[in-house]
Design a protein around this ligand. Sequence first.
Ligand SMILES: C[S@@+](CC[C@H](N)C(=O)[O-])C[C@H]1O[C@@H](n2cnc3c(N)ncnc32)[C@H](O)[C@@H]1O
Length: 257
Amino acid sequence: MGKRSATGGFDPSGIDAEAWEVLEGQLEATIPNYDRVNTWMTFGQDKRWRRNVRNHAKPGMKVLEVGCGPGSFAEDLAGLDVTCLDPSPEMLAAAQPRVDAARAARGEPPAVYVEAIAEAIPLPDDTFDMVFCLFSFRDFKDKAQGLTEIFRVLKPGGRLVICDAGKANKLHGFFGYLWMNSVVQLMARIITREKNHPWKGLAASYTHYGTNGYYRAMLRDVGFENVQGRLLYPFGMASRFRGTKPTQSVQQKGSLD
Ligand SMILES: C[S@@+](CC[C@H](N)C(=O)[O-])C[C@H]1O[C@@H](n2cnc3c(N)ncnc32)[C@H](O)[C@@H]1O
């Protein structure tokens, strides 16, 4: 029996295949109400967090968003060469018209869309100046493998910025658990007008998500340097992680020593 069986297939390092399929179905079911519920459950902070992450990019950069969902973040990536990756055809079908309409209104060419998981990115090494993950890292099946693939497709010196639910430590996680399982459930029920709304199942991905320290260590293990990971204030509901792909690989460094 797998070590995740006691938690329904989830642990901080990832999600079993069967539990991930169920989670994907729940994520797809959020599409019609995704932005509204997010805004309510974060008191509108989600827009600030997205702006905070977006501001890391410089004009003209080649960027990848991993887990683009319905395009809530990618639509505002102005002045950039954008690739959107998501394993869900439904998410990509929602994202494409929205993101490309916003790009056309700014006189920009359409984005590139890739149907894939983070753990197996079908793109060449050393391609992107920056990779973003907004509220998708929590859903990776194998988080270390997803980070390894992101590291591979980043150019040397390129940066990863992740923003996801905040969990500074286990105590903070307990308050987050209470929030996800009470207020968020009530808001989702009011907005969707459905008793069995998809946010019921999504709370599990937060419950078994790891702490900031756990993922900072994972980023370093994968090879990222200048790793940071902390809560975003004022409410501490989200965490932001940053890491840079070294300009010299470890092997190269070794041969120069
Ligand atoms: C909550 S949505 C995030 C949407 C968007 N990034 C945003 O800013 O709100 C999470 C997305 O992650 C995607 N996802 C789930 N597992 C993934 C994986 N293993 N690799 C890449 N994306 C994944 C889901 O399909 C979903 O579209």
